[in-house]
Structure formats: structure tokens, C-alpha cells
Design a protein around this ligand. Structure first.
Ligand code: FES
Length: 575
């Protein structure tokens, strides 16, 4: 065995001459591996979030095979392993409730097992941040292969986008402008290949930001799932991770404060999902990096929205890929990025993307013709959200960004569902819809309720947007003038819990304010009378979640998972 091989972490398991070495090798031989795999080849874990319950990741078994070919060809020894997977459309009460559970699963699976490096396969919304958080905490050499977006949805002669056109056509159906038959056809036409949602929703945002952070090979994020180049980049990622092990290139060397700033810049430029703010905050927390919400707003003010992709723009992720994808966005932004940041390629951001040609300037716009001159997401403060709230201005109605209206309060989502389409609802186009008890604890798990449907009676009058505020999140595929992530949330007695129907609320996006227009004495009176609701869980993971989850402004991680902790200690091996 060479000196280099003897330093491999996996050799603590497989390189031993004692009884334990026998046990580790002998039991793995049951899978039919020859003895040569134990002689100092880097062991590469392939962390797979494949699941038939996560349709967006259902093709990742095939992607894993391509990764394995790359690992073998570079002289490594690949071993694929599963973790919990998080399917956005199905999980109750919200996939977000389980992001931290998956992050723990990823971290501990990596730490506990005999591997030297890991390739992480992700796609659907929460699977990417969960793997980023877990890999960052485990800090073994890591590279991401994202699953890629679905092909475009096509209904008759129209291109239709995941989620975004669901919300659009649902309102059309409720307003009587399309038929039940049309609605059924749209359902069949939307998701027509493997992959994740193909608008700039949370999945496309988080995979794009994983590339912007430097954790994928250049150009990985936007390749459609069904494109053969997805498997080629998986193969090359398998080759590259073996080199990364030899170079000892770990996430802590890549995911720095500057790399996070690059990711935020790219997030703003692509009109990314509001969920990205929560996930990047959580990732920063894992690495002990203080990254205040205000920094997101500062970067937003300096960054133009250039990706003309739904829900902020017109096109779909397939078009984004053909235009050149994230390397073009980053090349165009280079003067605003930290170009010296190291990436998994072993080269810097600038070396990876400089000179990348754009093939369609209608999809990735030149900065001088940006969708909007400032970034897609802003941070609000005010007496309704003392620790912050988020508004995606690129998907909002410009005329509602300065707005004062009368609150119409829903105490929780069930209350909203029961009353929103009532013909007796006392609401008009100027009203501000307010949803309480939808935050991390109140939801529980901060469900994507924030994009509250417009009341049916207003839809019929042609109203297509209203100011809506809550402590919930919203799908990255959604649009509208929707204030989200209010912190502290109503379930812990935040000011949102004190709003009553009829109060005036003022949104001042330019001034970055959200205020309840009542005086301080009245606010104090209501606060003294506030009573907490009974919590949702008294046992199990739900109880751990409620006891440990942080508020939205801190990324909703568990308090005990933040920071880098002690370096990995060699614990005794046992069999
Ligand atoms: Fe998986 Fe949208 S449902 S990415």
C-alpha cells in the first residue's frame, strides 16, 4: 500500500490486519467485491435521495450508475447508500419539517461509514439544502450531482411551467374561464419527463445555488434530467471526487462567506425562490458563519434580475440550459462576484466561468435590459416583523409594492380554507389577507401556505393579485405580492398574532417596511392578552422539532446543529 493510500480514512476499516479488518472486509465481500477494492482505493459514498415517493428524484438510481462508472474509472471504489428522501408534493404537514431530519441522516451516514469522499444526488426542493447542510457538517470531500429539471410542459400550443401554471390555471378554473376537461388535460401535459420542477422554483434555485457555491462541476445545475449530458456530468463528477479525496478538498474550503455571497448574488440575479434565504441561512449557521438577513438585502439592492424564467419571467429551465445556464449568469456577474473562490473543480469561480458565451439573450438578459434593476427578493423590517420578513418583488405586482389596506385575518390555514370562497366574505381588492399560525412551530414546519388564493368573488371581478402576509413560506413556483417568513412567528406571540380584522397594514417595499398601524399602547394591551395555542406534538420527531427549531430569520435549523463543533474524533470501531 502506498503512503497516500495508508492515509485514507477508509483504511481505518479495511486496512487493518486484526480481527476487525477481517470482519469489515469479509462482510463487504458478501456483495461480491474482490479483495483488490480494499487495497487503498478511495472509497466514495454515493448519497442517494432516490425514492418513488420523490418523483423529482426517481431517476437518481440511473444517475448513480453513471457516477459509479466515473469512480471506478478514476481508481475509486463506489458504494451507494440511501437516506430519507423528501418529496415536496406528498409529505405532511410539510417537507420542510423533515429537512433537518434528512440533514442529520446525511451527516451521520457519512460520518459513521468507511468512506473517503461522497457524491450527493439531489433534486426536489428540500433534498438539496438537506444534503448541503449534512455534507457541510460532515466535511469529507464532497461533490453534488443535481438531478436536473423536467422537460418543458406543453399543453396544446402553450408552454406550461410546473407549479406556476397550476396556480394560474386553478384561478382560471375557479373564475370559469377554462373547463374541467381543460384542467384535466393540463394535469396530463405538465410533468412529462423525469426531473424536478422546471420553473425557477425552489429546486431549480437550490441546485443553481449549489453550482454557484462551487459544489458542482461547472454547468451541472440546469441540464435537463432527461438529457444525456446529465449522465455525462454524473460520470465526470465520479471521476472528480476521487481526485478531490487525493487533494483533500473539503466543503469547509469551498463554502466560505464569500462563496455564500456569490450564491446570494446569483439567487438575486435568477429571481430565485424565497426559500433559498432560509436554506442559505441554515447552511451558513452550520459553518459558524454569521450571515445577517440585512446582507441579503444589501446584495439584492446591487444585483439585477437577468433570468427571464418563470415565475419572475417568461421562459422555462430547458430554455435556461440552452441559453448557457448558470455559467453565463456568473460570467455576466463576474465583476460583482468573489471570483477567487475555490470550487470542486479545483479551480476558482472565475477560471470556471470566464468567457462563457450566452446563446439566447431573451432568456438570460443583458444587465442593461434586466427584468428589474434590483434583486428579486427583499428583506422587510417593521413593527409587524421585528426580526424580518421576505418579499419576492420580481414576482409581485409593482402597483402593490406601496400599499395600505384593511387586514382580513385568518387564524390558521383551516380557517382560511373554510372561508376564502364564501360569497359573504367582507373583502375587496385593497384588503390585505393575513394568515397566522403557519410558521415553523405554528404550521408546524412552515408549510407553503403563503401564496393565499385570491377570493373567488374577486377573481370573478378580474382581481389577480392582492397583498398577502404570513409567517409561512411559499412555493418557489408561486407569484404575487406575498410577504412571507415573518419573524418571530405568530405561534410564539410575534406581532403577527396580534393583528385583527379591520386593522390597517402598510407595505412599503421601497422603504423595506411592513407595519401594523396601531399605537404602541394598543399593541401592548393585545400582547398582554395573547394566549399560546396547544402545540401539535408531544412525542417523537415532532416534539424534537418543536423544541429545537429556530425561527425563519435564523434558517429554521435545529439549535443543536449549528456550528462546526469539535473536529471528527476517532471513536472506537466495533462490530
Ligand atoms: Fe419536486 Fe417541485 S415537486 S421540485
Amino acid at each position: 500500500m502506498s503512503d497516500e493510500s495508508s492515509k485514507l480514512r477508509s483504511q481505518e476499516w479495511f486496512g487493518r490486519k486484526d480481527k476487525l479488518g477481517f470482519l469489515h472486509r469479509s462482510w463487504l465481500r458478501s456483495e461480491g467485491f474482490p479483495g483488490s477494492v480494499f487495497s487503498g482505493k478511495p472509497v466514495i459514498g454515493i448519497c442517494n435521495s432516490w425514492s418513488e415517493l420523490t418523483n423529482c428524484n426517481a431517476h437518481l438510481r440511473q444517475v448513480a450508475e453513471a457516477v459509479k462508472r466515473g469512480v471506478w474509472s478514476a481508481g475509486g471504489f463506489p458504494l451507494e447508500f440511501p437516506t430519507i428522501s423528501l418529496g415536496e408534493p406528498f409529505m405532511r404537514p410539510s417537507s420542510m419539517m423533515f429537512r433537518n431530519l434528512m440533514a442529520m441522516d446525511v451527516e451521520e451516514s457519512i460520518r459513521a461509514n468507511p468512506m473517503d469522499g461522497v457524491v450527493l444526488l439531489c433534486g426536489c426542493d428540500k433534498t438539496t439544502p438537506a444534503q448541503l447542510m449534512g455534507a457541510a457538517s460532515a466535511n469529507l470531500p464532497s461533490i453534488f450531482v443535481t438531478g436536473g429539471p423536467m422537460l418543458k410542459g406543453i399543453w396544446r400550443d402553450k408552454e406550461i411551467g410546473s407549479g406556476t401554471d397550476v396556480w394560474h390555471y386553478w384561478d382560471e378554473l375557479r373564475a370559469g374561464r377554462i373547463s374541467e376537461e381543460d384542467w384535466c388535460e393540463i394535469e396530463c401535459a405538465m410533468s412529462r419527463s423525469s426531473g424536478h420542477c422546471m420553473v425557477m422554483g425552489t429546486a431549480s434555485t437550490m441546485t443553481s445555488l449549489t453550482e454557484a457555491l462551487g459544489m458542482t462541476l461547472t454547468g451541472c445545475a440546469n441540464i435537463p434530467a432527461a438529457d444525456s449530458r446529465r449522465f455525462e456530468i454524473a460520470h465526470r463528477s465520479g471521476e472528480r471526487i476521487v481526485e478531490m479525496v487525493r487533494e483533500d478538498l473539503r466543503p469547509a474550503k469551498i463554502i466560505t462567506r464569500e462563496a455564500l455571497e456569490n450564491a446570494v448574488r446569483v439567487d438575486m440575479a435568477i429571481g430565485g425562490s424565497t426559500n433559498a434565504i432560509i436554506h442559505l441561512k441554515a447552511l451558513a449557521g452550520r459553518l459558524g458563519i454569521d450571515f445577517p438577513l440585512e446582507r441579503f438585502d444589501e446584495l439584492s439592492r446591487e444585483t439585477a434580475v437577468v433570468a427571464n424564467v418563470q415565475p419572475s419571467g417568461k421562459h422555462l429551465m430547458e430554455d435556461m440550459f440552452y441559453a448557457g445556464g448558470i455559467p453565463v449568469v456568473m460570467n455576466d456577474l463576474l465583476d460583482q462576484l468573489h471570483g477567487h473562490c475555490l470550487t470542486v473543480t479545483g479551480q476558482t469561480v472565475a477560471e470556471n466561468v470566464r468567457g462563457t458565451a450566452c446563446h439566447n439573450r431573451k432568456v438570460i438578459l443583458p444587465r442593461e435590459h434586466a427584468l428589474q434593476p434590483e434583486g428579486g427578493t427583499i428583506i422587510l423590517k417593521g413593527n409587524l416583523c421585528p426580526r424580518g420578513a421576505v418579499l419576492k418583488t420580481s414576482a409581485a405586482s409593482p402597483k402593490l409594492l406601496q400599499h395600505t389596506g384593511r387586514a382580513l385575518v385568518f387564524e390558521d390555514h383551516a380557517d382560511f380554507m373554510e372561508r376564502i370562497d364564501s360569497p359573504d366574505l367582507d373583502v375587496d381588492a385593497n384588503s390585505v389577507l393575513v394568515l397566522k399560525n403557519a410558521g415553523p412551530i405554528g404550521g408546524p414546519g412552515m408549510p407553503e401556505y403563503g401564496n393565499l388564493s385570491i377570493p373567488a368573488k374577486l377573481l370573478k371581478q378580474g382581481v389577480s393579485d392582492m397583498v398577502r402576509i404570513s409567517d409561512a413560506r411559499m412555493s418557489g413556483t408561486s407569484y404575487g405580492t406575498v410577504v412571507l417568513h415573518i419573524a418571530p412567528e405568530s405561534a410564539v406571540g410575534g406581532p403577527l398574532s396580534l393583528v385583527r380584522t379591520g386593522d390597517e397594514i402598510r407595505l412599503d417595499a421601497a422603504g423595506r417596511r411592513l407595519d401594523l398601524l396601531i399605537d404602541d399602547d394598543e399593541m401592548q394591551r393585545r400582547k398582554s392578552a395573547w394566549v399560546a395555542r396547544e402545540q401539535h406534538y408531544d412525542r417523537g420527531y415532532g416534539k424534537l422539532f418543536l423544541e429545537s427549531v429556530l425561527q425563519a430569520d435564523e434558517g429554521c435549523d435545529f439549535s443543536f446543529l449549528r456550528g462546526t463543533g469539535r473536529a471528527e474524533r476517532k471513536l472506537p470501531l466495533a462490530f
